[in-house]
Design a binder for this molecule. Sequence first.
Ligand SMILES: Cc1cc2nc3c(=O)[nH]c(=O)nc-3n(C[C@H](O)[C@H](O)[C@H](O)COP(=O)(O)O)c2cc1C
Length: 217
Amino acid sequence: MNSPIIDDLTWRYTTKSYEPTKKISAENMAIIEEALRLSASSINSQPWRFIILESDEAKQRFSNTFANKFFPNKPHATNASHIILFAHNTHYSKQDFEAVIDQNILDGRLTEDKKDDAVSKFSFADLYTEPNGYNANWTKAQLYLAFGNMLHVLARLKIDSTPLEGIDIQLVEKEFSQELEGFSCPVALAIGYHDESDFNAKLPKSRLPAEKVIKKI
Ligand SMILES: Cc1cc2nc3c(=O)[nH]c(=O)nc-3n(C[C@H](O)[C@H](O)[C@H](O)COP(=O)(O)O)c2cc1C
């Protein structure tokens, strides 16, 4: 199939070993940050935080969270160029959504007189919100949209990556409690450039056949 999109998606793979001396350029990091910010979310809620670990000290703190489990993922913490912690608000509120609407007004999408009507669209989030305000299932779904979007963006930039659900969530949330501000971090992403020993770089891509996962009716 002749398509740059398919080329990118076939090129990307889960990197298992990083070359620690190869760093992502500041220019590419700026693109990555802006792509994260531009991710789509239900009612434009943006119930997320992206914590980018770039200093050796921050990456070492992440490495320390592999004290008890997921050891194969630990080397990425310090060998990858950067780590992105993907975090979501577990109690996304009407006040949080009001900040989005205020931004809409600042960006010229909405006039002040339409604000109350726009904020009332939070009723959609209410459908997924428990009486105590907990709506983490819904906000986590939004977070993974940004995550998937980022995998594609990285492929376009020819930057390697490793999705990391194999993290000790409790330890990560404890270590980065100040930066996470109460948000939950179910997944991280190591990004950088693979080294020669990465066995996964040489394996062929494998996916279920199209007829199993796509139904045309
Ligand atoms: C949400 C998510 C979490 C993942 N967590 C891990 C992980 O903790 N460690 C790991 O080595 N790979 C992890 N993977 C990689 C998958 O195993 C991999 O994407 C899948 O086997 C498809 O292979 P490919 O990414 O090379 O195309 C994860 C992938 C996703 C999408």
